[in-house]
Design a protein around this ligand. Structure first.
Ligand SMILES: Nc1nc2c(ncn2[C@@H]2O[C@H](COP(=O)(O)OP(=O)(O)OP(=O)(O)O)[C@@H](O)[C@H]2O)c(=O)[nH]1
Length: 209
């Protein structure tokens, strides 16, 4: 069975729910508060369409401020750009990120999804679903509204679709990946769940779509 590797970078404004969405997808759990101290790299193995992919998901934190955005963009094969439907500023930031991806990656060479998170907070909504849809059409990317707090279905659907597109692109465009000379991210999934969560830290999540 073929095994390939897909690198996913999760970008978005602080507090938009990047970690919550990623953790929901990987563990089906929602724990409410997540560490914001740095980037987290998760690894898991996923089987779909008769092949297995080694997926690395980089949950970024404050990368615009830390100046590592360009590195992240070079590193990834696929991108999830997250905003909060309750915060227009995060939507505008998502539009900027999509524009950056378009400028720095060859069009059509990376799988991209736009995620409007916190859809459970309808009373506080500042961004309509139609606006997310329009933005995604403008940049030719996928779009989902999700709620990491409410269910795992949206996050799972969105990530599965992103991985499918990334795998399809890898088959179509087997261009050599540009490696980063000195790229370091910490594999610290354990710190999110605390010292007793060895099952998450030691066992790499694996699922079949
Ligand atoms: N109501 C609601 N709250 C959410 C949802 N997703 C995340 N949150 C909350 O929003 C806050 C920020 O979530 P994080 O996942 O830490 O956001 P982040 O984008 O990773 O934040 P940084 O690491 O600071 O960039 C936390 O208090 C979460 O509990 C959601 O879908 N609904």
């Amino acid at each position: 069975m073929t095994v390939n590797r897909i690198r996913v970078v999760v970008l978005g404004s602080p507090r938009s729910g990047k970690s919550a969405v990623v953790v929901r997808y990987l563990t089906k759990r929602y724990i409410g508060e997540y560490s914001s101290t740095g980037d987290f790299l998760y690894q898991h193995r996923v089987a779909f369409d008769g092949a297995v992919s080694e997926v690395e998901i980089l949950d970024t934190s404050n990368c615009a401020i830390r100046g590592c955005l360009a590195e992240h963009v070079r590193w990834g094969d696929a991108f999830a750009v997250v905003y909060s439907v309750c915060e227009r500023r995060s939507f505008l930031a998502a539009a900027e990120l999509l524009s950056l991806l378009e400028r720095t990656r060859l069009p059509g060479c990376a799988a991209v999804t736009l995620l409007g998170n916190k859809r459970d907070l309808e009373h506080a909504r500042e961004v309509h679903a139609e606006e997310g849809q329009e933005l995604s059409l403008r940049f030719g990317c996928q779009f989902y509204e999700v709620s990491a707090a409410e269910s795992c279905a949206g996050a799972a659907l969105a990530f599965h679709a992103l991985l499918r597109e990334a795998r399809a692109l890898a088959l179509l465009l087997p261009a050599p990946r540009r490696k980063l000379a000195a790229y370091s991210v910490s594999k610290v999934i354990g710190t999110i769940f605390g010292k007793n969560s060895k099952s998450v830290r030691k066992k790499r999540p694996s699922l079949s779509i």
